[in-house]
Write a protein that binds this ligand. Structure first.
Ligand SMILES: [Zn+2]
Length: 193
């Protein structure tokens, strides 16, 4: 699986010319490039939360005016392409591009689901894009991404039903990694390890 970090039409076209499978970011593109993404079944990694948290940090970290304006411009282009891509049938994996505190909090990564839904992705589509399809983007679909016999038991439990309220994914109560319980905040004693 080959991935490339691309923003802008020429970058995405060059990556597709080179046979890249997964486009990170992938916004600010033209219509014929959008069609190519669909035709070659490429994956685009959403990375909405990266710009979301960047803008949120602008006041606290005194970003210069040119930088705020650049991020605002980027988020407008990203949203417009996200909406058009959904209609066109471009395949998305949900990913964040969060590089860590203070401006890119990695423990807020589940926000990506909420932002994708806010921008028009269906809740169940978002769940699939952030699990099954993301595993595919990593070339790890044989190990993770779905709960199936022969895969690693990487499982979370959340408070609430993400099919009704996607923000439930931000309230993780239980984490199992490779069959080992890592986090366990459930009230019920049934899952005590
Ligand atoms: Zn990036």
């Amino acid at each position: 699986m080959i991935t490339a970090h691309c923003i802008g039409d020429e970058a995405v076209r060059n990556a597709l010319d080179g046979g890249v499978d997964v486009i990170e970011h992938g916004y600010a593109i033209k219509e014929d490039t959008r069609k190519r993404l669909v035709d070659c079944n490429a994956l685009v990694v959403s990375t909405i939360s990266q710009l979301h948290f960047h803008l949120q940090a602008a006041d606290a970290y005194c970003y210069p005016d040119w930088e705020r304006k650049a991020f605002e411009r980027h988020i407008v282009a990203m949203r417009s392409d996200f909406e058009k891509n959904l209609v066109a049938g471009v395949r998305y994996a949900l990913g964040t591009d969060l590089i860590g505190y203070p401006t890119h909090p990695q423990d807020r990564a589940a926000m990506e689901f909420e932002l994708a839904v806010e921008w028009g992705m269906g809740r169940s589509d978002a769940l699939v894009a952030g699990t099954k399809v993301s595993a595919e983007a990593l070339g790890m679909e044989n190990l993770i991404g779905t709960i199936e016999v022969s895969k690693l038991a990487d499982i979370i439990a959340v408070q609430g039903d993400p099919y009704n309220d996607i923000t439930a994914l931000q309230r993780v109560q239980f984490v199992m990694q490779g069959g080992d319980v890592i986090v366990h905040k459930l009230d019920s004693g049934r899952l005590n390890s």
